[in-house]
Design a protein around this ligand. Structure first.
Ligand SMILES: *Cc1c(COP(=O)(O)O)cnc(C)c1O
Length: 416
């Protein structure tokens, strides 16, 4: 970091402060994690200097011998890890991966189905403020009002009525398993392609801790920095017949030159994710989320859908007399970082949110297990039940700092 501190002390200082923050809080936003030191090194490499528009063996510029090696490694490892025919590792983010699929497979104005935003769907599943919702005609299915589970009967009847070209399954805030088989049957019944957006759960799928959509969805998209613990980015995985359309949807459809330094980080992540240690980690993420859910339920805090099958928990905070943003702020004052989130059939505007969403990927990467989950669940419940009590927050924060000191965040320098 000495070059950075010499050239730009202001940016250097912000990075150092962020390292300290990451080491000393419980990072429980379920889409965040710690990339390993090896991933960070690859992303910080001179590969950022290289233009490589095109694909390995078919580039527009010269001098691609070594970046071709990197992209081939990333693609081959992604194919082997998930058991798919083809992988495109160039999308700059999960959002870009989803947009590339739409651009490659369908035309503007075509009908697509996705999960409603307040039921846990992502902005790229047809929100009117996203390009997805502006360019395509999205029809949204939801969850059941009582069980909070995806309503596949509604998905089927809407599919029959609107004849979508693509049905998107997958979510950003859904604590339960998807029935990919049922979704494929619905897609087949109306001649739609099934696209599984596994941005949140890809690491669990890779580690065998969540059922895989492979073989059921023809197209899969993911981000690479969530449960997969890679660099910030995206990927598309698909069956052979869709390879050309997907590749052209990414480049030249929606992106220019690929970020070869990030693709190198993805290759390293994909190697790490194929290990037995990662499999054990993925199972521990789910076991931890379930232990946390149980502790909260025992403390009298009701959970959306009553529990969790994956890495995340969603709670309705309106009964505590606060909104999601106030709950997230109270927890942050106690050193627990979560995010406010809409909940099914929410009555509050999205920027406040009636709930909070949190999960165990990052704290599990720190090596925490069930006993820590119980302590964390108890301290979260104390803060949520007294959101304006500064004494409660301060006591919780001391406990959080002690837990963090015992379980250093991997890949994050301990410079403080
Ligand atoms: C996070 C997420 C994305 C988008 O990923 P970005 O990398 O933030 O663009 C897409 N879909 C789902 C379901 C997500 O959770």
């Amino acid at each position: 970091m000495s070059a950075l501190s010499d050239v730009d002390p202001e940016v250097f200082a912000a990075v150092k402060h962020e390292e300290h923050r990451q080491q000393t809080v419980l990072e429980m936003i379920p889409s965040e994690n710690y990339a390993s030191a090896a991933v960070l090194e690859a992303v910080g490499s001179v590969l950022t200097n290289k233009y490589a528009e095109g694909y390995p063996g078919a580039r527009y510029y010269n001098g691609n011998e070594f970046v071709d090696d990197v992209e081939d490694l990333a693609r081959d490892r992604a194919k082997a890890l998930f058991g798919v025919d083809h992988a495109n590792v160039q999308p700059h983010s999960g959002t870009q991966a989803n947009m590339a699929v739409y651009l490659g497979l369908i035309n503007p104005g075509d009908t697509v189905m996705g999960l409603k935003l307040d039921a846990g769907g992502h902005l790229t599943h047809g929100s009117p403020v996203s390009a997805s919702g502006k360019l395509y005609h999205f029809v949204s299915y939801g969850v059941d009002r009582e069980s909070h589970l995806v309503d596949y009967d509604e998905m089927l009847s809407l599919a029959k009525e609107h004849r979508p070209k693509i049905i998107v399954v997958g979510a950003t805030a859904y604590p339960r398993l998807w029935d990919f088989k049922r979704a494929r049957e619905i897609a087949d019944e109306v001649g739609a392609i099934l696209m599984a957006d596994m941005a949140h759960i890809a690491g669990l799928v890779a580690g065998g801790a969540h059922p895989s959509p492979v073989g059921l969805a023809q197209i899969m998209t993911t981000s690479t920095h969530k449960t997969l613990r890679g660099p910030r980015g995206g990927m598309v995985l698909c069956d052979e017949p869709y390879r050309r359309q997907i590749d052209s949807g990414v480049f030249p459809g929606s992106q220019g030159g690929p970020m070869m330094h990030v693709i190198a980080g993805k290759a390293v992540m994909l190697k790490e994710a194929a290990t037995d240690a990662f499999k054990a980690h993925a199972h521990q993420v789910v076991a931890n989320a379930q232990a946390l859910a149980k502790t909260l339920l025992d403390a009298g805090i009701p959970l959306i859908s009553g529990g969790t099958d994956n890495h995340l928990v969603l709670i309705d905070v309106r009964p505590m007399g606060i909104n999601g943003r106030q709950a997230a702020d109270a927890l942050e004052a106690a050193g627990v970082v979560v995010n406010s989130n809409p909940i099914p059939f929410d009555t509050l505007p999205p920027r406040q949110g009636g709930g909070i969403r949190f999960g165990t990927p990052a704290i599990t990467s720190r090596g925490m297990t069930e006993p820590e989950m119980q302590r964390i669940g108890e301290l979260m419940a104390r803060v949520l039940n007294a959101p304006n009590d500064e004494g409660v927050r301060a006591a919780a924060k001391r406990e959080v700092e002690e837990l963090c000191a015992k379980h250093p965040a991997p890949g994050v320098p301990a410079n403080a």
